[in-house]
Design a binder for this molecule. Structure first.
Ligand code: G3H
Length: 481
């Protein structure tokens, strides 16, 4: 509600994935603490958002589009003034390479500016009258109410703002819970929320999601849930809402994107794109390639080239130049990845490359695992880390069947230099996933493209103009002539 609440005495200590040497070995560095809201404080924030919305009659939802845009532009101005601090916090909190943290910040600013342009277009299209069959109608874009917004740890700034900004600019009011890893970096921006927008329009709640989010959902007072994160959590939260048909959900969820390398692929290109797709930011991207199907005629060569390329990746601290593999923010991730590798080996796979596996509390050097089969965790689970499961196939129907059986449906990378083969395969693949990348890695960008998924991978569509539509309703005023 435009003010910082006094500290209630409860806080959460944040440790960087960056470790320092101690007498007991390397330990994560303490970098700060954030306050932990009580349930009552979370409800105070919800009250503020509801009052600011005032059933669509509040200052913000009734403000002209041009004035809302001015507020968002002022916010961007404030954000830019905090760029140095925010990017360094991204680096320290989630271990993202400094250059990538800067890119995340810049990409967010570009996204906001593209959103403003798209809104101007949308507003132009929506205004004016249509007369059909003797009825004159003015079609509008109206907001939906209070939006509960939660972003992920891997793009704590960018993915948060790809939902928060479109929701906000369409006239909704916001309840924002920053991600557990990636909370401190939002702190420098909180003041700008209160100076750039009317009171109660953006309300930030810090704390343990598991404690404060379920009661908010159970209250039935959240109109839109937007979450980039796990399918299981989203499903659980949606079910808590007492009137689920009144809840709109805009979700970016689990994915197990496959790369399919046919016998006609350019192998060097496939290797290069697989490295970027599977291992950039340590494989911690929802769009990462998380399983590779390679035609049996190329598998030996592919594994050789892939191992060689992985061997050249530079492991280091996120501020080092040219670093590829950085520390993992989730403390339990190295153990989980180790379990996946043990499980794969137990079921007959091999770790193909040298030096793979856990190095210390937070470093994990990438592992290529082959041949993966349906009995292994790595076949279906979304590892979200630096492990590349590979299997070979004889018949193209094998990877297609994998996608048909999969609960996920975000993206696929298809590698082939044969135009006829590509033409044959694209349609069956588009039926299973929402984006087919031809001879390139899976990725979200350019951000003006629609970003979504089939099956359990998404609900609604994100990215600029799609997001503006997702966070609003097309309503009309009609009069009989
Ligand atoms: O983690 C999910 C992100 O949306 C991935 O974005 O493909 O640009 O890395 P990206």
């Amino acid at each position: 509600d435009g003010q910082m609440l006094p500290w209630n005495g409860k806080s959460h200590d944040v440790y960087s994935p960056v470790c320092i040497e101690t007498e007991d070995g390397p330990k994560r560095v303490y970098i700060g603490s954030y306050p932990v809201c009580t349930e009552k404080e979370a409800f105070d924030a919800l009250n503020a958002a509801e009052i600011a919305y005032d059933n669509g009659r509040g200052e913000w939802p009734t403000m002209s589009v041009a004035d809302r845009i001015k507020c968002v532009e002022k916010f961007v101005h404030e954000m830019l003034a905090k760029k140095d601090l925010v990017t360094k916090l991204i680096m320290w909190e989630i271990g993202k390479a400094y250059t990538e943290s800067v890119k995340e910040f810049d990409r967010t600013v570009e996204y906001i500016s593209a959103t403003v342009d798209a809104l101007k277009d949308l507003d132009r299209q929506s205004s004016g009258f249509q007369i059909v069959d003797g009825i004159a109608a003015q079609i509008r874009r109206s907001p939906l109410g209070v939006v509960l917004c939660m972003g992920p740890f891997n793009y704590p700034l960018n993915e948060t703002f790809t939902t928060l900004i479109p929701a906000l600019i369409m006239g909704n009011t916001i309840l924002f819970k920053p991600p557990k890893h990636g909370s401190l970096l939002h702190y420098p921006l909180l003041e700008a929320f209160s100076t750039c927008f009317p009171k109660g329009v953006v309300n930030t709640i810090y704390g343990r999601g598991a404690d404060i989010i379920p009661p908010l959902m159970q209250s039935g007072r959240i109109n839109v849930l937007t979450l980039i994160g796990s399918s299981k959590v989203a499903d659980k939260l949606k079910k808590l809402h007492p009137k689920i048909n009144r809840l709109r959900a805009i979700l970016g969820l689990d994915a197990k994107n496959a790369a399919i390398i046919t016998a006609n692929a350019d192998l060097d290109l496939a290797v290069k794109e697989t490295i970027a797709g599977a291992l950039s930011f340590n494989g911690q991207r929802c769009t990462a390639i998380k399983i590779v199907f390679v035609h049996e005629s190329l598998s030996e060569q592919f594994l050789e080239k892939l191992s060689e390329a992985v061997g050249k990746l530079k492991l280091g601290m996120p501020w080092e130049t040219g670093v590829n593999i950085t520390p993992l923010p989730e403390p339990d991730k190295p153990d989980y990845l180790r379990e996946c590798l043990e499980d794969a080996v137990l079921h007959g796979a091999k770790i193909i490359n040298e030096n793979a596996g856990q190095i210390n509390e937070s470093f994990f050097f990438p592992a290529i695992v082959f041949p993966v089969d349906a009995n292994m965790k790595l076949y279906r689970e979304e590892q979200f880390g630096p492990v590349v499961p590979v299997l070979s196939f004889k018949d193209i129907e094998e990877p297609i069947q994998y996608l048909i059986d999969s609960p996920h449906g975000q993206q696929v990378s298809l590698f082939s230099n044969d135009p006829e083969e590509l033409a044959r395969l694209i349609d069956p693949l588009v039926n299973e996933v929402s984006r087919v990348n031809v001879n390139s890695q899976c990725q979200r960008g350019p951000d003006v493209f629609p970003f979504t998924g089939r099956k359990d991978s998404a609900e609604g569509t994100l990215s600029v103009s799609d997001a503006l539509r997702s966070f609003s309703i097309r309503s009309l005023v009609a009069a009989k002539l």
